[in-house]
Write a protein that binds this ligand. Structure first.
Ligand code: G1P
Length: 301
């Protein structure tokens, strides 16, 4: 693999969002707002801050709002301009200028591996990133930039990982690691959502990948695996047999915002960090904790 620049990112967004029903019955889960921005915008901003120019979103039925979000909104812009709301106007314009956007429809939700395969004709023969938008990574160096840095040095696929509690390994792709350096591993093997007793480690793939185009012919041959879906993990397992694959522990805070509890935690953390809301929200939380402590003390008395 001699190609070095990672310019394109694939964001699979065709899933049904079953973990977040009923909110996701008629609205894309990717558009759930974390404070005031939809989840998918965090992934797009991370991509852009990591040097990505082209964003390929894999969409499906009922996902129109995603395209509208990253498009110009002429009426809204006119309105904001007319009302002298310059700051909001520039925020709104900025969204449609973030990157070049392309949309590919995945007509059936056949799995993450299948979703990635849908982007093959737009990727061509170059390395690319895959980003799962419900994983939010909050880090001084963007999560994807950390992977791209390693990719440039090592010239192999790089998977973003973090340690997870042993009992939670069955929610993730789990690697079988061979330590290379601090936080960097060679991936000997990987398995999708193993039972805790069968897991080779507690190092979980957290929705950020830099992959070579050699993954595509493998994906094309990958049969449905766990849950009857074409799994990216199964194709990666195959790729690891023929080319170098690394896993890098991403430095930063990760939130699984596709899960109700993870979403609430991410909301609290991002609200507390928000420059215009943080202080008031912190006051609210403090008063609330104190008064519920009061309440507990009174009800025990
Ligand atoms: C997917 C991948 C899994 C990975 C996880 C990270 O699973 O299949 O390997 O660890 O994302 O979020 P999903 O959460 O889509 O079921």
């Amino acid at each position: 693999m001699s190609r070095a620049e990672v310019r394109k990112a694939v964001i699979p967004a065709a899933g049904l969002g079953t973990r977040f029903l009923p909110a996701t019955k008629a609205s894309p889960k990717e558009m759930l707002p974390l404070v005031d921005k939809p989840l998918i915008q965090y992934a797009v901003e991370e991509a852009v801050a990591s040097g990505i120019e082209d964003i390929i979103v894999i969409t499906g039925r009922g996902k129109r709002a995603i395209e509208d979000h990253f498009d110009r909104s002429v009426e809204l812009e006119e309105n904001l301009k007319g009302n002298g709301k310059a700051q909001l106007l520039s925020q709104i314009r900025h969204i449609s200028n973030l990157a070049n956007f392309c949309y590919v429809r995945q007509s059936e939700a056949l799995g993450l591996g299948h979703a990635v395969l849908c982007a093959q004709h737009l990727i061509g023969d170059e390395p690319f990133a895959v980003m799962l938008g419900d994983e939010i990574i909050d880090a001084p160096v963007p999560g994807l930039a950390q992977l791209i840095h390693t990719y440039k040095k090592r010239r192999g696929a790089v998977l973003g990982i973090q340690e997870v509690p042993h009992q939670e390994v069955n929610r993730y792709g789990i690697i079988s690691p061979e330590r290379v350096a601090d936080g960097l591993y060679k991936v000997a093997d990987l398995v999708e959502k193993p039972a805790p007793a069968d897991a080779p480690s507690n190092l979980a793939v957290i929705g950020r990948y830099v992959l070579p185009p050699e993954i595509f012919p493998i994906l094309r041959k990958t049969k449905p695996g766990k849950n009857g879906e074409i799994q990216l993990t199964d194709a990666l397992k195959e790729l690891a047999k023929s080319s170098p694959m690394f896993a890098l522990e991403i430095q930063g805070n990760r939130y699984d915002a596709g899960d109700k509890l993870g979403f609430l935690i991410a909301t609290v953390e991002f609200a507390l960090k928000n420059p215009s809301l943080g202080a008031d929200f912190a006051d609210y939380l403090r008063n609330r904790t104190e008064s519920s402590g009061e309440h507990r003390r009174t009800s025990r008395a």
